[in-house]
Design a protein. Structure first.
Length: 586
């Protein structure tokens, strides 16, 4: 019997299925995925498309028979859904003697999954949103080719130039697609603000976000930092700062810090008409064109007065600190602030808010404790999680996660713990030196007895695929060196105590002791943890292909030409994916 789970995170839905006895389906050429969708008043029932057939040049199946190009794996993404849609799915084996004689094995099909509404809402008080900022992908390559043709005014623009022009244009279809639901929800939030808004930002240049802040007039109170240092002024936001100050429409406050620190904030507090804090937006997203469109990012909305007020108090502390780091700032961050959200609920989420700099890394101690207590698995996305540290009390969260697979972890050692993650930057002794006496960045375990497989730095530090494959468009690597900008740790999304850690915090000791940052830890919200896990594993799976190419540089070996016309394709997947599916179908 096939087991099926469906998860959505507002951006897309994922289907995970697997035989409960981990045995092959006889004569199975793959699986057909059928979707029932309600969009407004319209209801449809369709087969999800696989855009690859069994042989080069093979004509696609006719409409209504898309199942004739089945799926030869046990996990699939549906990006054809939109916010507000209600969907359910079923999985049907496609069997036959060969690809010319296929039939649907209805007797072995799953039942329909429970109807699920596509939404970023994860409980009454929390919303999470993600963009589609991984640009080294096939859909972006094809969209860029069309965009370059559309922009043609003489010499054809390079793909990079076409991309940068597209994301600078409000209403551009590629900009809209790359920013996903993240950008429109942020703009909706600012556009519907009932009273004063207090924002603290590291970087700002996106035209729509700037316009939204400006439209608030004197209700907008913005602390704008100097961003990534840019000589000679060391103020990345200097031009915009001048424009905003000259316009005189908003209340603008500078926070221009030195090279030992980053004013790395990315939060917005919305108050009601009476001036009381009600809602806060935070997450990893810099409010720039690249932050919204060409880096993988997340944003989280917490509609709780107490949590929002904690951020408002932090805003006031930052305003008072001006360009400095008085001792009183760190002292105010030493105490753990935990809130029951929504208050009074029978089983509220537990939301802990940490601000930095801290006196002694109190935020990291809390996060490491939760990592050490993970029962089933940990999934993560990191931009730059900090430098390798020898002393465990100074470890980055990445080191703490990887330590769970080390016998030296003592009681926390768990070789069966599911760990998956992507790191954007090289970290000496963690990602870039396989001979260093530390655990490799990510290990893939197929159970507790099989030796682990190391995912090398071409996965952890994502790269574009350079080889020429059939029907493969040349991929653009990045608009900058930043591709994975999210800072997320997800613990036990299907367990008794699911945890999400997010915010602007890079999850290392520099963020904890030197920077302006926030780390928000949400415990008990399964829907939120699963939404973040889905976003992270989609990115991980995208770059797993990069590992395959790196391990098989011979194009004739690595070349994948289509679906296998036999049922033996299942064998490797059933062995390799058993531990993976056990985690996702828990």
């Amino acid at each position: 019997m096939l087991n099926l789970r469906v998860i959505n995170n507002g951006d897309h839905a994922a289907l995970i299925w697997f035989p409960d006895d981990a045995t092959a389906v006889p004569a199975c050429r793959g699986f057909a995925l059928q979707r029932k969708l309600t969009r407004g008043t319209k209801k449809t029932r369709t087969w999800l498309h696989n855009f690859v057939g069994f042989a080069d040049g093979e004509a696609p199946p006719p409409a209504g028979e898309e199942w004739r190009w089945p799926i030869q794996r046990y996990l699939w993404w549906d990006y054809g859904v939109g916010a507000g849609d209600t969907v359910s799915y079923r999985v049907v084996p496609v069997t036959g003697a060969d690809h010319l004689h296929l039939a649907l094995d209805e007797a072995a099909a799953t039942g329909w999954s429970s109807p699920e509404t596509i939404s970023g809402q994860d409980g009454p008080a929390i919303e999470a949103y993600f963009n589609r900022g991984i640009i080294a992908t096939q859909w972006v390559a094809r969209a860029l080719a069309a965009e370059a043709a559309r922009q043609l005014t003489g010499q054809p623009p390079t793909a990079r130039a076409a991309l940068m022009k597209a994301i600078d244009q409000p209403g551009n279809s590629l900009r809209n697609a790359l920013s996903g639901l993240l950008r429109p929800r942020l703009l909706d939030l600012l556009g519907s603000a009932p009273g004063k808004v207090f924002a603290a930002l590291y970087e700002l240049n996106d035209p729509e976000v700037v316009a939204a802040f400006t439209a608030l007039g004197t209700n907008c109170n913005l602390i704008l930092a100097n961003g990534a240092f840019k000589p000679p002024e060391n103020d990345e936001n200097a031009d915009l700062r001048g424009v905003l100050r000259a316009a005189g429409k908003i209340n603008l406050f500078d926070r221009l810090v030195t090279g030992a620190h980053f004013a790395h904030n990315k939060f917005v507090v919305l108050c009601d008409a009476a001036g009381a804090a009600q809602t806060v937006w935070t997450g990893s997203t810099n409010m720039t064109e690249t932050g919204l469109c060409t880096q993988a990012n997340n944003g989280i909305i917490i509609k709780d007065a107490a949590v929002a007020d904690a951020f408002l108090q932090e805003w006031q502390r930052l305003k008072a600190a001006k360009n400095g780091y008085p001792a009183t700032l760190a002292a105010a961050h030493a105490a753990k602030q935990t809130f029951a959200v929504p208050p009074g609920a029978a089983k509220p989420d537990r939301i802990t808010v940490w601000f930095t700099p801290t006196p002694h890394g109190e935020d990291m101690v809390h996060a490491r404790t939760l990592i050490a207590g993970a029962k089933d698995g940990i999934i993560f996305l990191n931009f730059n999680p900090g430098a390798f540290q020898d002393d465990p009390k100074d470890w980055t969260l990445l080191q703490s996660i990887l330590n769970r697979h080390q016998p030296s972890a003592g009681a926390a050692y768990d070789p069966k713990l599911y760990i998956r993650g992507v790191v954007n930057q090289e970290i000496p002794k963690i990602t870039s030196d396989p001979t260093a006496p530390v655990v490799p960045p990510v290990l893939l375990f197929d159970g507790g007895t099989a030796p682990p497989v190391r995912l090398d730095q071409d996965v952890l530090v994502p790269a574009n695929i350079k080889q020429d494959y059939p029907h493969w468009q040349t991929e653009l690597k990045g608009a900058s060196s930043v591709m994975i900008h999210s800072k997320v740790v997800i613990i036990d999304p299907f367990g008794a105590n699911p945890v999400v850690m997010t915010g602007s915090h890079n999850q290392g000791m520099k963020a904890s002791r030197s920077n302006d940052d926030n780390l928000v830890i949400i415990e008990g919200n399964a829907a939120l943890a699963q939404a973040y896990a889905l976003n992270a594993i989609a990115i991980f799976q995208e770059y797993r292909w990069r590992r395959y190419v790196a391990v098989h540089p011979d194009a004739t070996h690595a070349r994948w030409t289509g679906l296998e016309d036999n049922d033996s394709w299942q064998n490797g997947h059933l062995v390799r994916d058993a531990a993976e599916m056990a985690f996702w179908l828990k």
